[in-house]
Design a protein around this ligand. Sequence first.
Ligand code: FES
Length: 146
Amino acid sequence: MTIETRIDTRNSRPVSSGEKVPRQTQEIAQPEFMTINVRLADGSLFHCEAAEGFRVMELIRAYGLPIKAECGGAGVCATCHVRIPEAWRAKLPEPSDEELAKLDEVPGADEHSRLACQIEMTTDLDGLELTLDPHSLHAQSIWTAG
Ligand code: FES
């Protein structure tokens, strides 16, 4: 013998066996996905899915691109060095003094340089373009755009 218990989730009460319970539909908010466009030194371009609140370094890594990011986002290794095109620089928040100090230690860094671990994704950055510095890539990795 099987005993079936149904719960009317609208009223949180047990439902008798003959009673019809209307299906309850629940709207689940879909996460808002955005994109960042990551270019490697060889010119290949990758469109990575992005979500608000994540750091750009985490998004690049989650996509599977071979970014070193050796300190895991603590801002102390500079192996997440990226270059931001002029059109996007003004949309980014200003780098902190600590980020600027770290970038001063990076050979070849310039006014387009940022640490990807210090950039938090926001809706204003949907479509962000950046180039990964060759020194921030694992050397043995070979990637082609797909
Ligand atoms: S991951 Fe180390 S400075 Fe960004």
